[in-house]
Design a binder for this molecule. Structure first.
Ligand code: HEM
Length: 82
């Protein structure tokens, strides 16, 4: 999928942190500079995905996952993490 950073809005870590699945409706996670909306995923219900919480940059944590970054293919990036 072609991602165009210039067309996406930017969000701070504080803004991302509010989208943790608890404080707001939205459930967002950041990976390699992009922010993804994972609200449609039943695997991220309530903002929790196994031991991981939404609302943060999970780039480094991916190494703990049993899957690759391929899991992001079905999600459109909705923003850029500042
Ligand atoms: C202990 C760590 C983790 C476990 C056990 C785990 C497990 C899983 C499993 C079983 C799936 C669905 C099957 C698959 O696509 O392989 C999945 C999907 C996914 N995981 Fe993880 N994961 C972990 C960590 C992470 C981390 C750190 C991230 C983010 C960087 C992440 C992001 C995702 C996403 C975006 C999906 C796709 C959800 C969907 O398709 O609805 N996972 N994970």
């Amino acid at each position: 999928m072609d991602k165009s950073p210039l067309q996406l809005p930017s969000f701070s870590k504080a803004q991302l942190a509010l989208r943790n699945g608890q404080d707001r409706e939205e459930i967002w996670i950041a990976y390699k500079g992009f922010i993804y909306d994972v609200k449609s995923s039943r695997l991220w219900r309530g903002g929790k995905h196994y031991e991981h919480w939404a609302g943060q940059d999970l780039t480094l944590e991916l190494s703990e996952a049993p899957h690759t970054e391929k899991v992001f293919d079905k999600f459109e990036a909705i923003g850029i993490l500042l």
